[in-house]
Ligand binder design. Structure first.
Ligand code: ZN
Length: 118
């Protein structure tokens, strides 16, 4: 059984890191379009930020947006009590894998199968 609160805390900490990366990337890009985007991001609730950034033409921002979505999805699984369970086969994902990769949706064999079929 997993410690829900510690997972929630580490996922939130990770989300803060990704968000600060987003703000520093937005500051670095610093053209008119992204300046407007930076204003929007500041005024937007967490869950909507990823949607905004996915429309950017900047690869770094889009990757960060996907990270945010993964983290939010993982937090939802924590709330739903399904965090740490493989979406494909339903077994518990090993703690070492979750430690290295807290947003993991699948156990390693299922993930490898998933990537092979993509
Ligand atoms: Zn699995």
């Amino acid at each position: 059984m997993y410690n829900t609160e510690s997972h929630r805390a580490s996922l939130r900490a990770r989300r803060d890191i990704v968000k600060s990366e987003i703000f520093s990337a937005l500051g670095r890009i610093n053209d008119d379009r992204h300046a407007a985007l930076a204003d929007q991001v500041h005024d937007t609730k967490d869950h909507a930020i990823a949607q905004l950034l996915l429309e950017s033409d900047n690869a770094e921002l889009r990757r960060a947006a996907l990270d945010l979505q993964d983290i939010d999805a993982a937090l939802q699984r924590v709330s739903a009590g399904s965090y740490g369970r493989c979406l494909a086969c339903g077994t518990d994902i090993p703690a070492t894998r979750l430690g290295a990769y807290p947003t993991a949706k699948r156990c390693l064999p299922c993930q490898q199968e998933h990537e092979k079929n993509r």
